[in-house]
Design a protein around this ligand. Structure first.
Ligand SMILES: *Cc1c(COP(=O)(O)O)cnc(C)c1O
Length: 372
C-alpha cells in the first residue's frame, strides 16, 4: 500500500463539480483580482472564526507582515515568537524592520512557553506572536496574561490552525489580529498563493484595508504607506467553495488523529501529540517524537519510505539555528524543547482523505520498525 503525505488530487476530485464552474465564473467575469467571490469568502471565514473583519490577501507571509505593520511595529522594536515555527512567522517582524526574538516551546503543546516568553521581554518588546503550530492553539490565556502585564501586543499566526479552538473560542478571535495561510497544503488551501488577516478591531480593520491596497483610502488617494497584498479572484473563488467543506475536513483530520492514537498508544519508543485540555486540535500535522533520538528517527523515516509511507520533518532546523539569523548570537542548547522536536520529531501522513486502512498500514509499519 502507498501512503502519500498529502493528496491534493483526491480532494480536488471530490469537489471538482463545484470548483470548476466557480473558477470559470471568474474567467467569464474577468474579475481577476478581489471581486465578489473574495468578498463572500471573507464574510464566511470571519463568521467561522467569530470575528467581524476578514481581509483576503496574497499569502500568509504577507499576513504575518501586515498584522505587525498595521500595529505600528518598526525599526528598533522587538517581537517575540517561537523558535519552533515556520520561517514566515519571523519575516513578519523582519519585514517591519523589527527584530525577531525567539522563545522556547512547551514540552507537551509544542507551542510558545509563557515562561520562556517572559524571560525574553525587554523594554524594546512590542509584541508576542503566538503560533498555533501543527493545528493546536497556543495557551492564549497564559500568553495574554504576560502580554497584558507588560503592556505589549499579543497576535496570532493561525496559518496551520483554521477552526482550531481555545477553551471553545475559535483561533483568530483570541487576540487583536490574526494571520492565516491558504497555501495549498494547509487545512484550507487555495490553488495558488493566498492568505488572510482577521480582527474585531475597527481601526485596525481600516488600516488593513488601506495597507492591502497601496495605502489608499480611495483610488489614488494614499493615506498611509502600503503594499499590494490583494487576493486573486481565482483563489477567492476556490476558497469560497472550499470553505463550505472545512468543518467536515477538520472532523476527518481529527478522525485520523484518534485512529493513530488508538493504534500507536502502546508503542513505548514514541511520544504521541497531546491535545491540551484547553484545545481543539485540528491536526494540520501529526508529529510524533522518537524518544531514542535523531539516529533512530532518521532510521524510522527511511524504513517508512522503504515501505511506501511518506513522512516529513517540521522543522529540521529551528529558527534560532538558521543561517540567516546567525548574527543574533543564539546557540545550540538555547531552546531545549524546540531542539528536541527538530532532532526527534517525525510527521506522519494526515489529511482528510487518508483512509483508516492507510492509517492501519502506517501504524503497522511503525510497529514493525520498533519490534525489529
Ligand atoms: C505556511 C505558514 C506561513 C506562511 O504562509 P504562506 O501562505 O505560505 O505565505 C506562516 N506561518 C506558519 C506557521 C505557516 O505554517
Amino acid at each position: 500500500m502507498k501512503v502519500p503525505f498529502l493528496d491534493l488530487k483526491a480532494q480536488y476530485q471530490s469537489i471538482k463539480e463545484e470548483v470548476n464552474p466557480a473558477i470559470q465564473n471568474v474567467l467569464d467575469n474577468t474579475a481577476y483580482i478581489m471581486g465578489k467571490p473574495v468578498n463572500e469568502f471573507e464574510e464566511k471565514f470571519a463568521k467561522l472564526h467569530n470575528v467581524k473583519y476578514c481581509f483576503g490577501l496574497s499569502s500568509g507571509t504577507d499576513g504575518n507582515h501586515m498584522v505587525l505593520w498595521a500595529l505600528g511595529i518598526g525599526f528598533g522594536d522587538e517581537v517575540i515568537l517561537p523558535a519552533n515555527t515556520f520561517i514566515a512567522t519571523a519575516w513578519g517582524a523582519t519585514l517591519c524592520g523589527a527584530t525577531p526574538v525567539f522563545a522556547d516551546c512547551e514540552a507537551d503543546s509544542y507551542n510558545l512557553d509563557p515562561k520562556s516568553v517572559e524571560a525574553a521581554i525587554t523594554e524594546k518588546t512590542k509584541a508576542i506572536v503566538a503560533v498555533h503550530l501543527y493545528g493546536q492553539p497556543a495557551n492564549m490565556a497564559a500568553l495574554k496574561e504576560v502580554a497584558d502585564r507588560h503592556n505589549i501586543y499579543l497576535v496570532e499566526d493561525a496559518a496551520q490552525a483554521h477552526l482550531a479552538e481555545f477553551n471553545g473560542q475559535p483561533v483568530g478571535s483570541l487576540s487583536i489580529a490574526t494571520s492565516f495561510s491558504f497555501y495549498p497544503g494547509k487545512n484550507l488551501g487555495a490553488y495558488g498563493e493566498a492568505g488572510a488577516v482577521v480582527t474585531n478591531d475597527e481601526k485596525l480593520a481600516e488600516k488593513f484595508r488601506m495597507i492591502r491596497e497601496q495605502g489608499q483610502s480611495k483610488k489614488y488617494y494614499h493615506e498611509v504607506f502600503g503594499h499590494n497584498y490583494r487576493m486573486s479572484g481565482i483563489q477567492g473563488a476556490v476558497l469560497n467553495v472550499k470553505v463550505n467543506h472545512i468543518a467536515y475536513w477538520t472532523n476527518e483530520r481529527r478522525r485520523c488523529a484518534t485512529k493513530y492514537n488508538e493504534l500507536l498508544g502502546d508503542v513505548a519508543e514514541i511520544k504521541l501529540p497531546k491535545e491540551m485540555p484547553y484545545a481543539k486540535h485540528v491536526y494540520h500535522l501529526f508529529v510524533i517524537q522518537v524518544l531514542e533520538g535523531t539516529e533512530k528517527r532518521d532510521e524510522l523515516q527511511t524504513f517508512l519510505g522503504e515501505n511506501d509511507v511518506a513522512s516529513g520533518l517540521h522543522y529540521p532546523v529551528p529558527l534560532h539555528m538558521q543561517n540567516c539569523f546567525k548574527n543574533y548570537g543564539y546557540k545550540e542548547g538555547d531552546f531545549p524543547e524546540t531542539e528536541k522536536l527538530a532532532s526527534r520529531g517525525l510527521s506522519l501522513p494526515i489529511f482528510p482523505e487518508l483512509t483508516d486502512e492507510m492509517i492501519e498500514y502506517t501504524a503497522s509499519v511503525v510497529k514493525k520498525f520498533f519490534s525489529k
